[in-house]
Design a protein around this ligand. Structure first.
Ligand SMILES: [Fe+2]
Ligand SMILES: [Fe+2]
Length: 457
């Protein structure tokens, strides 16, 4: 077994090494891949996957350390280490193409220390199936925990950036870029886990949470639009920093409840330009990101601020930030406004479509968040009340629901995740259906993060 294992890894290493010298189609690249595929096959006779890990600088395949190091093997390990890949798992059904693409991915990826979610989403985009990457087992966390960590990190980045600006320092653009890359990777991997976090609203920290939420929502829209990675990152960073110019305003003005005086509103109106100026001093900021920050209140019908000249051409990505900004503001409770449910927010936004908001993007958001967006409180045909925790297939599948209250309205001891596809044994029809939304204000407040933790445990 040991020599067979060494053979698999040697082939991978040889192909990778030769890829540095010859084109992909060259036999010295292709043959080792084919050989690797043949050598892998016997392993899948009694197992469905094979794990290759790097532990303490030693390559380990299925728990067996590979000591017969050759130069190509060393190169292989060095590439895994540089990209930031602690473990690779080959699944039964892996094809020659999968292996070939994976080796090419190792060869062509020049960045170092990429976050795991980013590597996962890149491999998915390359079309690699049956080869999974993962952190080592103890590091492997479930998606919700990972999403929470990524969200928390982005929150810290915003807090730091705004504080820096207040103290007259220029924020580190690389930090924002990194935080957005992580969120983008997580949106591709498990969009519901990331979207659910946008529903955790923190009234005291409104600006910070709002900034991260707008970034996540914009990344979701950008992904649905099929934009390139560079564009998506640019939009995500714009979302994260769209209100950075507000740091130049007096704090009590930002927090002021209710209507503003004309003079106060004139002050508020300066924040997009201020933001544009601040981003201009930062590194790692795309030119379009700056433009989007400047334009995020211009509105689709160009009636906003700063008022564009007739010949001024707006960046279409500004409208993405505008819809996300609007959605997050509507679903957040403020001192002068109650929080709308996701459905109510979308209904309001449909009325604004074609006026202040881009109608295509409102429709896209409506479609991609599903009929019952994550976080919506729903009544089921069993008269139980629950909250939507997921919408598989980008809103096309059946929603996932966690039941919080029984049919008499009594709270359950713990949220109970249910599958709406589960049939009733007597009729064969689904046991539960969503009847409609319920007003969350009719029930005691619930903690979305607590619910998600309970149902994902
Ligand atoms: Fe703004
Ligand atoms: Fe905003």
């Amino acid at each position: 077994m040991e020599s067979a294992i060494a053979g698999v890894v040697r082939c991978l290493g040889a192909s990778l090494k030769n890829l540095g010298l010859y084109p992909t189609t060259h036999p010295l690249v292709r043959t080792p891949v084919e050989k690797c595929h043949v050598e892998l096959a016997p392993f899948f006779a009694d197992r469905s996957e094979l794990a290759l890990t790097v532990s303490d600088g030693t390559l380990v395949l299925e728990g067996v350390p590979i000591f017969q190091l050759t130069s190509s093997l060393e190169l292989f390990m060095a590439r895994l280490g540089a990209i930031g890949l602690p473990a690779v798992i080959f699944e039964r059904g892996v094809s020659v193409e999968d292996i070939e693409l994976f080796v090419r991915f190792l060869h062509e990826t020049k960045e170092q220390g990429l976050p795991i979610p980013e590597i996962k989403s890149r491999l998915a985009r390359w079309g690699v199936t049956h080869i999974r990457v993962t952190a080592t087992e103890e590091e492997e966390k479930d998606d919700f925990a990972l999403a929470r960590e990524i969200y928390g990190n982005a929150l810290n980045v915003v807090v730091r950036a705004l504080k820096d600006v207040r103290n007259g320092k220029i924020p580190d653009g690389a930090e924002s870029d990194r935080a957005v890359r992580e969120m983008s990777g997580m949106v591709s991997r498990n969009r519901d886990a990331m979207l659910a976090l946008t529903l955790i609203k923190n009234f005291d920290e409104y600006t910070y949470n709002h900034s991260v939420n707008v970034s996540v929502l914009s990344l979701t829209v950008a992904e649905t639009l099929g934009l390139s990675e560079t564009e998506r990152i640019g939009i995500g960073v714009a979302g994260l920093l769209h209100d950075v110019g507000k740091t130049q305003l007096a704090l009590d003005l930002i927090r002021k409840p209710g209507t503003l005086t004309v003079e106060e509103f004139e002050e508020i109106k300066k924040h997009p330009e201020e933001g544009f100026a601040i981003l201009g001093k930062m590194t790692h900021i795309q030119e379009s990101t700056r433009a989007v920050v400047r334009e995020h209140h211009m509105r689709f019908d160009r009636t906003g601020y700063p008022r564009p000249e007739p010949e001024y051409r707006m960046n279409p990505h500004s409208h993405v930030i505008a819809v996300s900004d609007c959605y997050d503001a509507l679903t957040t409770m403020r001192s002068y406004q109650k929080a709308r449910t996701p459905q109510q927010a979308l209904d309001i936004m449909k009325k604004l479509a074609g006026k202040s908001l881009d109608p295509d993007l409102v429709e896209l958001m409506d479609r991609s968040l599903g009929v019952y967006p994550v976080g919506t409180m729903v009544r089921l045909s069993t008269m139980e009340v629950g909250v939507v925790t997921g919408n598989p297939g980008g809103g096309k599948g059946e929603s996932m629901v966690a039941i919080l209250f029984d049919r008499s309205g009594n709270p359950l001891a713990a949220p109970k995740g249910v599958d709406l596809k589960e049939p009733d044994p007597s009729s064969g029809k689904p046991r539960r259906m969503i009847l409609g939304t319920v007003n969350p204000l009719m029930h005691p407040p619930v903690s979305m993060s607590g619910i998600l933790q309970a149902v994902s445990a």
